[in-house]
Design a binder for this molecule. Structure first.
Ligand code: CTP
Length: 365
């Protein structure tokens, strides 16, 4: 049996990037050989094993063939006669289809190293079309590596366009789309993800709502903020609540992403006009955004609005600070029924905001 390091780890090593996860391919072994060596099999039908100590993934070299539509239609051959080269051939991109032997030799039958130098995202073989997730993966790699100058090889772009036309993209399942989108949002240039999807035609199939989206806003948000919830809300801010819900329901996007996106789309104009508001209106902004109870989310809201509008957030931050300075401890509540407490608290908050407003008016004179 021979063991090779493969995939992303080899790519990242050659790029001089930190290696997060090591995957290995095992050539010339049977599942029984692996179990005898103490590996644990993961998945019932799939020949993938975990190393007894490192827990890293060791897969038997395999060939894959698509026999039907969607995810059920795969047949594979993982017999000991499958070669390393055959295993590399089934992979998505040339830069992901390299292997390294235990002695440190690079095995690179599809010229991944040359494509790393040319900074090209290029498919290995026509088998690329058998897995539509690869369109999303490629778009995500564009988001990750575009700062290094990577682009999509023209022939690969053409292949993806054909996949979209032939309806392959329709077979994508919601969870996979969200998983890839979520990861793309964390990359250095998330806007490239959407640029690639647009260029191959997948955007209008997967996210028709984003047709006229200005991705420069997402680019700017990504330059300023790491947070992927914030980036997501910037991406969707120009959509209606109904459109945002269409997307988040279709892809089962977690509620925290949905809620921040809805908040930004609904209340962005209040952020823009806050300086013309009365103390009552300002308190209302804090209440409808749930700023007193959800301080961290309110900060994300402010940062998203700041990124979209370019207007500083200091004013609303200070309004919140002024209103938050009032607490129920400052009120004499002994004889008040519950609903009156809230009213009293809010009227004191308005006083405090008014105080703050007159102070800045004074300092402006
Ligand atoms: N792979 C593939 N097609 C897929 C998924 C994975 O060909 N749809 C292959 C690629 O060779 C890839 C390897 O399996 O390099 C490991 O996949 P994964 O760990 O998901 O991706 P990485 O390339 O390691 O990328 P990342 O850094 O994003 O984890």
């Amino acid at each position: 049996m021979k063991i090779y390091l493969v995939g992303g780890a080899v790519r990242d090593k050659l790029l001089g990037r930190p290696v997060k996860e090591k995957d290995f391919v095992v050539v010339g072994a049977t599942p029984a050989d692996m179990l005898k060596k103490g590996f644990r099999q993961v998945g019932k039908d799939f020949p993938v094993f975990l190393h007894p100590e490192t827990n890293e993934e060791y897969a038997l070299a395999r060939m894959e063939r698509k026999v039907g539509r969607g995810y059920t239609g795969f047949e594979f051959d993982a017999s000991p006669s499958v070669t390393l080269e055959e295993d590399l051939l089934r992979r998505d991109l040339t830069i992901n289809a390299m292997a390294e032997s235990a002695e440190g030799a690079l095995i690179d039958p599809f010229h991944g190293q040359a494509d790393l130098k040319k900074k090209l995202l290029r498919h290995v073989s026509p088998a690329f079309i058998e897995d539509p997730v690869r369109i999303l993966r490629l778009a995500r790699f564009a988001a990750r590596f575009s700062a290094l100058g990577f682009t999509v090889a023209p022939e690969t772009m053409q292949l993806m366009q054909e996949m979209v036309t032939s309806g392959e993209v329709d077979a994508l399942v919601a969870e996979r789309v969200w998983k890839e989108l979520e990861r793309a949002l964390q990359e250095e240039h998330p806007e490239k993800f959407f640029e690639v999807l647009e260029a191959c035609g997948a955007l209008s199939v997967l996210f028709p709502q984003l047709k006229n989206t200005n991705i420069v806003e997402l680019k700017k948000a990504a330059e300023q903020f790491q947070d992927d919830e914030l980036r997501f809300s910037v991406l969707l801010h120009h959509l209606t609540a109904a459109q945002i819900k269409e997307i988040t329901e279709r892809y089962r996007v977690p509620a925290s992403y949905r809620d921040l996106a809805l908040l930004v789309s609904e209340h962005l104009d209040k952020y823009t006009h806050a300086k013309d508001f009365s103390a009552e209106q300002l308190l209302n902004v804090l209440l409808v955004t749930d700023a007193f109870r959800r301080g961290a989310r309110f900060e994300k809201f402010l940062n998203a609005c700041l990124s979209i509008t370019g207007q500083p957030k200091a004013f609303l931050d200070a309004v919140l600070a002024a209103a938050s300075a009032v607490t129920t401890k400052d009120l004499s509540l002994e004889n008040l029924p519950g609903n009156e407490i809230g009213k009293l608290l809010n009227s004191k908050r308005i006083d405090s905001i008014n105080n703050f407003l007159s102070n800045i008016n004074l300092s402006n004179k």
